[in-house]
Write a protein that binds this ligand. Structure first.
Ligand SMILES: *Cc1c(COP(=O)(O)O)cnc(C)c1O
Length: 399
């Protein structure tokens, strides 16, 4: 039975104590403008019709809910379904959000788009929609990630975007995000900043969630069509948390549905080399918002580690921090090794190469199959396809 659950953000842009706007004065102004435009357009039928049109004809939605028959047989437990976000244009859930934000940018009269990217998936999804709408596009990416994700970098350039290499700090996503924020502060009038996950200052965690919530809405309908009830369990991997909140959103009020988010445990939760923000972190401020972060023993935000570049972020969306505190969502983790094994197993069993990010969600299921019952229906958010990860897999498969 659906129950009323108080959902954020509140008027101050907070989910419980988390979220908010920790930004310079000039950015406050821009965020206020963004929120006003978004709240207006969200109720505008012509905007929603436009958005639905692109989601269906450009992105390819609805994405199927697929019964993973051989994976189910392998687990000899619950029935497993994959929500196939890997079949979206550009191969992941990220485009649900970039299509929404670029339409917002257009309605706000912005001409210049900036974005940060780690794995390159958000950069690719942003460059794609910028090409489609003829907008100038600048992508900030760490030098280390540029090397790790060469195929995506080439695609981003082919699509006409400019890639700016970030050489500061750890040369990964955290530094690319800081640099994108600095660009935004400098060019705030002309520029729209497309943030790639449910992170950053309010209203981003809210609007990215809303654009991604299509995943859960479709899932709910498809479960009713396929097995005439709600699923028992939903599992998604958590980097910043956008695919997870996207599939969880409409189910948060459905108390019978167990929600599980899987973080990257890297070399292990006690190794100091992981990205398991909610499992091992504590709250602090990063990139304009207050949320859980991972620190080292000296209280410095750590350089996170995960085999998947998309989970390799020291923070997590503020709404996930609140959902973790309240216990409504259970946050667990899977290691690099477990993710690689799941990546290979599911490829061989289902003919679907999952993204290494997604493989963390699959790995949790494999390691914990005894916790589930045969009559249970489990939906895994198959957040993206793994073609981009082949080089990484071959390299790590040698030992
Ligand atoms: C970026 C990415 C993620 C992690 O981002 P979230 O915001 O946590 O969803 C997960 N899976 C894939 C395929 C990605 O590209």
């Amino acid at each position: 039975m659906a129950q009323r659950v108080k959902r954020g953000p509140d008027r101050k842009g907070r989910f419980g104590p988390y979220g908010g706007q920790y930004v310079p004065e000039t950015v406050m102004q821009a965020l206020a403008e963004l929120e006003i435009s978004y709240r207006k357009l969200k109720k505008d039928e012509s905007f929603l019709t436009e958005l639905r049109g692109y989601l269906s004809d450009f992105v390819g939605r609805p994405s199927p809910l697929y019964f993973a028959e051989r994976f189910t047989a392998f687990l000899s437990g619950p029935k497993i379904y994959f929500k196939r976000e890997d079949l979206n244009h550009t191969g992941a859930h990220k485009i649900n959000n970039t299509i929404g934000q670029i339409l917002l940018a257009q309605h706000m009269g912005k001409k210049r788009i900036i974005a940060e990217t780690g794995a390159g998936q958000h950069g690719l999804a942003t460059a794609t929609v910028c090409a489609r709408f003829g907008m100038e596009c600048i992508i900030y990416m760490g030098a280390v990630d540029i090397k790790r994700q060469a195929p995506n970098v080439e695609k981003i350039k082919l699509l006409g975007a400019q890639v700016i290499t970030v050489e500061s700090g750890s040369k990964t996503l955290k530094d690319a995000t800081s640099q994108a924020m600095r660009d935004w502060v400098t060019n705030i009038r002309s520029t729209f900043y497309i943030i790639g996950s449910v992170v950053g200052p309010h209203p981003y965690p809210m609007l990215v969630r809303d654009f991604q919530s299509i995943i859960g809405k479709e899932t709910k309908r498809q479960c009713k069509e396929k097995f005439s009830r709600l699923p028992d369990v939903i599992i998604a991997c958590v980097g910043g948390g956008s695919n997870a909140i996207g599939i969880f959103d409409t189910f948060i009020s459905e108390k019978s549905v167990q929600l599980i988010g899987v973080e990257a445990a890297g070399h292990g939760l006690n190794s100091g080399r992981h990205a398991a923000t909610l499992s091992k972190g504590k709250p602090g401020v990063l990139h304009g918002s207050y949320s859980y972060l991972v620190y080292d023993d000296d209280g410095q935000i750590i350089l996170p580690h995960s085999i998947s570049a998309g989970l390799d972020y020291p923070g997590v969306g503020p709404e996930h921090s609140a959902l973790s505190d309240s216990g409504r969502v259970k946050y667990v983790s899977a290691t690099d090794k477990q993710a690689l094994a799941a990546f290979e197993l599911v490829s061989k069993l289902e003919g679907i190469i999952p993204a290494l990010e997604t493989a963390h969600a699959l790995a949790y299921l494999i390691a914990n199959k005894k916790k589930f019952k045969v009559r249970q229906k489990v939906v895994v958010c198959l957040s993206g396809r793994g073609d981009k990860d082949m080089a990484n897999f071959s390299e790590n498969d040698k030992d």
